[in-house]
Design a binder for this molecule. Sequence first.
Ligand SMILES: *Cc1c(COP(=O)(O)O)cnc(C)c1O
Length: 382
Amino acid sequence: MDWKIPLADLDIGADEIKAVEAVLESRWLTMGAVTRQFEHEFAAFLGVKHAFAVANGTAALHLACLALELGAGDEVIVPSLTFVASANAIRYTGAVPVFADIASLDDLNICPSAIEHCISKRTRAIMVVHYGGFACDMPAIKTLAEQYNLKIIEDAAHAIGGELDQIPLGCWGEIGCFSFFSNKNMTTGEGGMVVTNDDETANRLRLLRSHGMTTLTWDRHQGRASEYDVVMLGYNYRLDEIRAAIGLVQLKKLEFNNQRRRHLSRLYDSLLRQENLPVILPFQNYRGKSAAHLYPILLPAEINRRQVMEMLKARGIQTSIHYPPVHLFSIYNSGDKKVSHSLPLTEEACRRELTLPLFPGMKEEDVSFVVSALKEALEGIL
Ligand SMILES: *Cc1c(COP(=O)(O)O)cnc(C)c1O
């Protein structure tokens, strides 16, 4: 489908192509100097001690769970209003995701008091997701974690470049996880990063990423090592040099592009308010610096969302839904996996949520066009 205004669009150009060519010409394609450089610059960008490039964001989340030694018998509290990978990564280890409700229809992030309600003797960790690039209430969640001796994993797939209280998102908990999938704020095609300030956790992440081996092919190629031991059951979750080269270029564009995303989001806010449309604009009271990954709105409860999406589609505007709630998917909602807590706010937000197009190359006229098409659609239906 040829959209007039797609939901998201890449910012990939000559610099990425040049960087990829340079890697191909170097004749070293697997994890090596370029990946090291990418990790180094990513860590510096966040001001974090350790960063490990990985195959994708889901691998980052899986490694985070493994590095914290989560497993059978453990519970991890996680929102249901997220991409399914957050909960799946917990399940990979044998641990059980326990879904907590969101704060409100104005704050679509996990609710600290709902988290506290979910804590049991088996709870070991909280996996927060900074929905759309907006931070969860990390001060309150950190206090809870300290009080109950729980670890925090941040799924910061939406949140690269976002901050709360001057602390970058992904650096609030024990481990931060990022995705560079093609629709994220920066991309390598597939790719991800896992970060931590803890040396011991970093050691485990390094080993787990590459078969539990004590040296890498790169080290042996460099003549730095000729033997290796295998000290834990690791995986091959490495990134390659081609993707790392793309990532280095994308990282340089990130701040500028995030600024543009925030600018366009504010324009949406003001136009939607000006038109006085009967929609809820979440995160209006957000006090941090958002990564503005998504522009979500909540439609009136009585309206048929499909119909709105179809009417926008007829105008060439692509929209999406973030997300169908994870706790209602078959694999989380049948047999002994059935969830016990009810999540009324998550379910209502998921029924009403509509994600409007947002990407750095979007023009201001495009935002106006989307808002007037939405107005027309709502007036036509209501
Ligand atoms: C994209 C995303 C992931 C998974 O990242 P991949 O790189 O696609 O594996 C995990 N959690 C959230 C919230 C995401 O948006």
